[in-house]
Structures are given as structure tokens and as C-alpha cells.
Design a protein around this ligand. Structure first.
Ligand code: AHG
Ligand code: MN
Ligand code: MN
Length: 368
């Protein structure tokens, strides 16, 4: 007996392995236990901090042209090692690998596809700030002839987020938590470090529908679209503005930490479309950041949109595709979506004139 406590394995066996009928998700619980093992190993490595000798740059760049930290590469390797051998995966995709990682020939292959961001918020590493890991699991589409147990290619991952069978993140803060959904709500487990168990501490998390807290990197304000400027300006206007209430702002530079706060107490997180780099749709990556986080947020009663559509309905076109992200408390996200609609239909009077019209100083800039 477990003193009435629910460990991650008990939760997964109860939820997945004992699920009767054609819905049975064979092997998924074992795969998630391996993901959890990666997370525990990463938590241990991070706890050593500068003493682990793994701080600083790896002197390399990833597919996005971003400098890789040593720990970006170490945590990527930890995920690969814990998940490649178990015969459950057909391929893996990571922020830190250009192509699909093929399961080595020495191991059997399975039906699942794993996409992950091994270390989210890695600019926080050297300042001992909060970081995380994010993961997404799809069941591969078995319809294609001869595909059954071959290596998955990039096309296998081109599926909208609503088809995920599991998604989650780890947050490495004062305590390590694993927050997970297999499609029946969003649940949080806290790592009991001395024992090594994840214990269910936050069952069926619900995001409050209303909130007075928003998170956005305000240094990008001059590149935002008018509907986002309008929303943020109204929040900043506070009690004396049209919202008639004061708002608070946060920015931690780790999507995991922002989403975790929103799951715990509500709020809105935005990394919206902007005009800094017009060819980029947004900052965050669809397959291993936006999709899994949107799944968790929706499973907790929140909403997650690009501004104009539901992120879980976005059809991916490339492994490392970026997407604008606006997620959190339902009523606030609905309001921001409405502002985008009004702007697109030209009904957004205060923000199409006079400060925000074509001759305005506030027009979106692009970098030279
Ligand atoms: P990563 O460390 O995996 O590259 O992701 C960082 C992301 C995201 O977690 C965070 O919200 C955002 O980048 C921070 O961006 P800014 O540096 O522009 O604030
Ligand atoms: Mn990230
Ligand atoms: Mn990362």
C-alpha cells in the first residue's frame, strides 16, 4: 500500500492499462515512465548547478540558429538514452536535432512518436533560474502500407496537436514537478527526491476562467500586431481604463514556468506574431512547445490560440515550424481572439485610428 498516495506508475496503470476496449493505449504508460526517468535524471543533473561542470555554451548552434548550451545537449542525450531502447517509439524529434532521430537498428521499433524540448528556458541556466522540459506523444498513423514498424520520417510527425495521445512538461524549480495529460484532464506530480517517486499532488488542475495577470516580453512591443497592443494597453490602463481593474505582469523567459503559473492560478501567456522577422510566424515551436502546452491548457479548461485559430488545429508543415502562442484563462483568451477578429474586419476603431493607422509612429517596424 502507498498510504493512500498515487504514484505516477499507479496513475498510469489505472488510467491507461486498465482502460477497457479498443481505446486501450498499449505501451503508452511504459513510454511515459521512461520519459519520467529522463526527467528525474535531468533534475539530478541540474541540481548540481555549476558544480556539475556543465554550465555555459556548447559553442554550437541548433536548427533555429540559436546558440546551444552544454545542458541543451546533455539533456537531449538523456532523453534519447532513456527512450530509444524500449521498443515503443518509431522516431523522435527534438529542438536540438535537425532531423528525425531514427531508433538504432539494434532496438525494436514501436507505434509512438515522441517530440520534445529537452531544456526550455535555457537562458535561465547560468542564473540558476527556473527551466523545464516539454514533451508530446503521437500514436503513429498505421494506415500507410509497409509502414507498420519502419523508421518514422518527418511526414509521420505532421499531425495537428489535437491528435496527441499524451503531453506534458517537467518544471525544475524549488521542487521538480511533472505535469501530464493523457486526455483525461491535466494532473501534476511532485518528485519525492529522496525516494525517487513522482507523487500525484495536483489532481485535475483547472485554470480559472478570469484573471488579472498577463505575461509577454514587452521589449518586443514595437513589433506586435494592433490587437495585441490593444489588449496589453488596456491591461496597463488598469482601474482607470476600459477594463476597470488593475492587472499584474510577469515574464520568466521560460514557457514552462509561465504555463505552470497559469495552471496554478490563471493568467495569460503571449508570444504573439510579430514583425521583427516577418518570415517567422512566431517565436515558439509548434511540435514540441506550442502543441503539448496547448493540450495541457485545454485539458485544464483554458484556451490556446495563434490569435486567429486554435493551436491544436494547426496543421504542421515542418518539423521545427514556429507558431504564435496566446494561451491561458478562457475569458481573457476569448477577448484577445475577438480583438484579432475585430482588427481583421476593420472594426477595431481605436486601434486603426489615429495612433495606429498607416502614418502612425506606432506602425510595426521590420529590422533593416
Ligand atoms: P528554449 O530555451 O527552449 O529555446 O525556449 C525559450 C523560449 C520560451 O520558453 C520562452 O517563453 C521564450 O523562449 C523566451 O524568449 P525571450 O528570450 O524572447 O524572452
Ligand atoms: Mn523551449
Ligand atoms: Mn529548449
Amino acid at each position: 500500500m502507498l498510504d493512500g498516495r498515487t504514484t505516477l506508475s499507479k496513475f498510469l496503470i489505472d488510467t491507461l492499462d486498465r482502460r477497457p476496449g479498443p481505446d486501450a493505449a498499449s505501451g503508452l504508460s511504459a513510454l511515459l515512465i521512461d520519459v519520467a526517468a529522463s526527467i528525474k535524471t535531468i533534475a539530478a543533473a541540474l541540481t548540481r548547478g555549476a558544480l556539475g561542470g556543465q554550465h555555459g555554451s556548447a559553442q554550437s548552434v541548433n536548427t533555429h540558429g540559436e546558440e546551444q548550451k552544454k545542458l541543451d545537449l546533455v539533456t537531449n542525450e538523456i532523453f534519447l538514452q532513456h527512450c530509444e531502447w524500449d521498443g515503443l517509439l518509431a522516431g523522435m524529434v527534438s529542438e536540438e536535432m535537425d532531423e528525425v532521430y531514427a531508433i538504432p537498428e539494434t532496438y525494436p521499433r514501436g507505434d509512438y512518436l515522441l517530440a520534445f524540448d529537452p531544456l526550455d528556458g535555457s537562458s535561465n541556466i547560468d542564473i540558476n533560474g527556473v527551466v523545464g522540459s516539454i514533451f508530446s506523444v503521437l500514436r503513429r498513423d498505421g494506415d500507410r502500407e509497409g509502414d507498420a514498424r519502419g523508421a518514422a520520417d518527418a511526414a509521420a510527425f505532421m499531425r495537428p496537436g489535437r491528435e496527441q495521445v499524451a503531453a506534458g512538461y517537467a518544471i525544475y524549480g524549488p521542487s521538480t514537478m511533472l505535469v501530464l495529460s493523457v486526455g483525461n484532464g491535466t494532473h501534476g506530480f511532485t518528485l519525492e527526491r529522496d525516494v525517487g517517486n513522482f507523487v500525484l499532488t495536483h489532481s485535475d488542475i483547472r485554470i480559472p476562467e478570469d484573471s488579472c495577470e498577463f505575461a509577454i516580453n514587452a521589449s518586443n512591443e514595437r513589433f506586435w500586431e494592433p490587437p495585441v497592443r490593444r489588449y496589453v494597453q488596456e491591461c496597463k490602463d488598469g482601474r482607470t481604463g476600459c477594463r476597470a481593474q488593475d492587472f499584474n505582469m510577469r515574464w520568466i523567459a521560460s514557457m514552462v514556468a509561465e504555463v505552470h503559473r497559469i495552471l496554478m492560478r490563471g493568467g495569460v501567456f503571449m508570444y504573439p506574431r510579430d514583425f521583427r522577422t516577418p518570415e517567422m510566424e512566431g517565436r515558439l515551436r509548434l511540435l514540441y512547445e506550442a502543441s503539448p502546452m496547448s493540450f495541457l491548457v485545454e485539458q485544464a479548461g483554458g484556451l490556446s490560440i495563434t490569435g486567429r485559430e486554435r493551436i491544436l488545429d494547426v496543421q504542421p508543415g515542418a518539423l521545427h515550424q514556429r507558431v504564435p502562442v496566446i494561451l491561458g484563462s478562457r475569458h481573457e483568451v476569448e477577448r484577445i481572439q475577438r480583438y484579432h477578429g475585430e482588427y481583421d474586419r476593420g472594426e477595431d476603431k481605436p486601434f486603426t485610428s489615429p495612433l495606429f493607422n498607416e502614418r502612425s509612429l506606432f506602425l510595426p517596424e521590420t529590422e533593416a
